[in-house]
Ligand binder design. Structure first.
Ligand code: SAH
Length: 366
């Protein structure tokens, strides 16, 4: 297997270029390209042609390689299907928003959590990602933002959100970050140190791994925490999220409030709105009924949190249905009337299967 130069220490990289009969300073040039996210050696224009060809035959640049790149029609969302050294695939998504460029990264290849509505977990967990494999996802996005799509030349940030730098990270891609906590922490530290991304611009989303939340408390950085709640009672949550048998709703929320209190932050609650088909092929509400909205409001009353309502993104293999826009608004109105901050998450890139593990799944089915 070709070595991945990004994984080399500076000393190893120097040795490598010297072994190719090159002067040491080439190592520094190559490192600069790697840190910018260069996807291949051909783009390393300050290296001699012959060396680039030689490198291409002998090595790879990053620990992830772009297998497929999809762009939403509105040009705001770019989704990458990435391949790793051992053939496992992951997804990452770049979202150009009014507040900056946000990247959604995966923390595992596959997922062991088994949530009943999710595509990422259908094939089970393959393995944890390394720090470099998570970090390389933001480099891929950074390269995309900084490289003119037609000329392959670097572009400079000019205030236009369509270029510039990665400014926000959400660890909401495939996998459960708090089942790979040490590497996820290593990744966040690196993103903060090497790319200057502030703690408050990083969000970890978890299905509720209580010991993992405690690890984050001990770590002590003021990142954002998002809890995938999806149900306001243990009974209902047990039906759709197997992890709830292990960590009960109240334990998860207690850990989350403790984390938020330490940093005086607002907790993000994610709540997917699910419907189901009945015999007459009508969509009936599942966790999105007015009764569950009332229960959710009770659960969160007086707490500093923001509920993100996420209309379910359809996954063929899953036995749910997306609720109507009206049902979504009714649910939101109840929460708002009870004084709970609530917003409906804008769907991005549904036309490119940007939702939650679908690209990887569809590719594995081929
Ligand atoms: N394991 C972590 C992070 C990955 S999932 C977690 O559970 O939070 C990121 C978010 O996408 C979670 O809130 C998850 O429940 C949600 N999600 C999964 N499948 C979805 C689907 N088909 N439509 C909408 N949201 C989905």
């Amino acid at each position: 297997m070709k070595p991945i130069l990004f994984n080399f220490t500076d000393g190893e990289l120097e040795q490598f270029v010297v072994s190719m009969g090159q002067p040491k300073f080439r190592a520094k040039q190559i490192r600069e390209w790697l840190n910018r996210g260069a996807p291949n050696f051909a783009v390393m224009k300050n290296l001699p042609d012959a060396l680039r060809t030689q490198l291409d035959a002998a090595a790879r640049t990053l620990p992830v390689e772009i297998i497929q790149k999809l762009e939403s029609r509105d040009g705001e969302t770019t989704k990458f299907l990435l391949g790793m050294e051992d053939g496992e695939q992951i997804e990452c998504v770049l979202m150009r928003t009014s507040y900056g460029n946000s990247v959604c990264v995966s923390s595992q290849a596959g997922c062991a959590m088994g949530c009943k509505f999710c595509a990422s977990t259908l094939l089970g967990l393959k393995r944890n990602l390394t720090v470099n494999e998570i970090f390389a996802q933001i480099l891929v996005a950074q390269w995309e933002l900084r490289t003119d799509r037609t000329t392959d030349r670097p572009i400079r940030p000019n205030g236009d959100p369509n270029n510039g730098d990665v400014s926000h990270i959400v660890i909401m891609g495939t996998g459960e970050p708090l089942q790979n906590t040490q590497n996820v922490i290593g990744f966040m530290e690196r993103a903060n140190r090497d790319m200057g991304i502030g703690w408050r611009r990083i969000t970890v989303s978890t299905c509720g791994i209580v010991p993992g939340i405690h690890e984050l408390i001990t770590w002590g950085r003021p990142i954002n925490l998002a809890i995938s709640l999806h149900a306001p009672t243990d009974d209902l949550r047990d039906q759709i999220m197997p992890i709830n048998h292990k960590y009960r709703l109240s334990a998860v929320l207690d850990a989350a409030w403790e984390f938020m209190a330490a940093h005086n932050r607002q907790l993000m609650i994610e709540y997917i709105l699910l419907g189901k088909k009945n015999d007459a092929d009508e969509t009936v509400l599942y966790n999105a009924t007015p009764e569950y909205a009332e229960k959710l409001a009770e659960l969160l009353a007086g707490r500093n949190c923001m509920v993100n309502l996420i209309p379910w993104n359809a996954v063929d293999e899953r036995d749910f249905a997306s609720p109507s826009g009206n049902a979504v608004h009714r649910f939101q109105d109840i929460l708002i009337n009870r004084g709970i901050h609530t917003r409906i998450r804008r769907e991005r890139g549904t036309d490119i299967g940007s939702a939650c593990g679908q690209l990887r799944l569809n590719n594995a089915k081929k």
